[in-house]
Design a protein around this ligand. Structure first.
Ligand SMILES: NC(=O)c1ccc[n+]([C@@H]2O[C@H](COP(=O)([O-])OP(=O)(O)OC[C@H]3O[C@@H](n4cnc5c(N)ncnc54)[C@H](OP(=O)(O)O)[C@@H]3O)[C@@H](O)[C@H]2O)c1
Length: 240
């Protein structure tokens, strides 16, 4: 049975991704920064008859928490097949670069960018022990520079400039890490769930969390070891 760690999986898209992968016989470590919320999520899955899941307490923005989580996982498994960096925050408004609060920008980057990097670095040794390791970074279309440059584009979601920039940086991390790891067997890709109704956007998104999880699950179960440094959405690729 393959093992997967999903950060921020106590609710929203991460929880749905955990549910769908566990139904496919993956063993899922459900990352949650709050232990009680994580346990509640496990109970929900257990009530659906899904038992191949366990909680792993991890706050990606706190290096001590990330190290503790890595040590705990190392005591349980000898290799990790898939790391899904899903934990993320959208941050407060306003996110205009001309006037926005830089501390807000820093906070968003601490979770979405630096949090992802420090989590990945800690779990890389366990991933290297897998026969077919993969790192999946959950990104967003609002991080796509090419989409931002589309003529006439000015959607409500484009107000999230700081959040968008954190996902642009995350996409850069995807490509550069994928290139660093070429030839090691570890693949690294970005994926967007699409605009999904979750706490992140006060449930404004058009998709359900179940639908949002689909492209992430598709990427997790694909078996092409050469598919790296790409940015996927449901049914295709996204322009960087
Ligand atoms: N919803 C959308 O439309 C959409 C679109 C594109 C991309 N995404 C991306 O999809 C991912 C999941 O978001 P979602 O929509 O499912 O939002 P969500 O329901 O708010 O879930 C976010 C998850 O991340 C966790 N989290 C936040 N900060 C964390 C930290 N420092 N350490 C560990 N976990 C942390 C949250 O934990 P708590 O419960 O403790 O807060 C929660 O479990 C994010 O990366 C988001 O950027 C979402």
């Amino acid at each position: 049975m393959k093992t997967v760690l999903i950060t921020g999986a106590n609710k929203g898209i991460g929880f749905e991704t955990a549910k769908q992968l566990a139904k496919m016989e993956y063993f899922v470590y459900l990352g949650s920064r709050n232990k009680e919320n994580g346990n509640e999520a496990i109970q929900k899955l257990n009530a659906m008859g899904i038992t191949n899941v366990a909680v792993l307490v991890i706050d990606v923005a706190d290096i001590h928490s990330v190290r503790q989580a890595r040590q705990e996982l190392e005591s349980k498994i000898s290799s990790l097949d898939i790391l899904i960096n899903n934990a993320g925050i959208s941050g407060d408004q306003s996110q205009d670069f001309a006037t926005g609060n830089v501390e807000n920008l820093r906070k968003i980057f601490d979770t979405n960018f630096f949090g992802t990097i420090q989590t990945t670095q800690e779990f890389l040794p366990l991933l290297k022990k897998s026969g077919q390791p993969a790192i999946i970074n959950v990104s967003s279309e609002v991080g796509s520079i090419n989409m931002r440059l589309e003529p006439g584009r000015n959607t409500n979601r484009d107000k999230y400039n700081a959040y968008g920039a954190s996902k642009t940086a995350l996409n850069a991390f995807t490509v550069m890490l994928a290139n660093e790891l070429r030839g090691t067997g570890i693949i690294v890709n970005s994926v967007t769930p699409g605009y999904t109704a979750t706490d992140l956007n006060q449930f404004q998104g058009a998709k359900t969390a179940e639908q949002g999880a689909k492209p992430i699950v598709q990427l997790a179960i694909q078996s092409n070891p050469d598919m790296t440094a790409k940015f996927f959405k449901d049914g295709g690729e996204v322009s960087w």
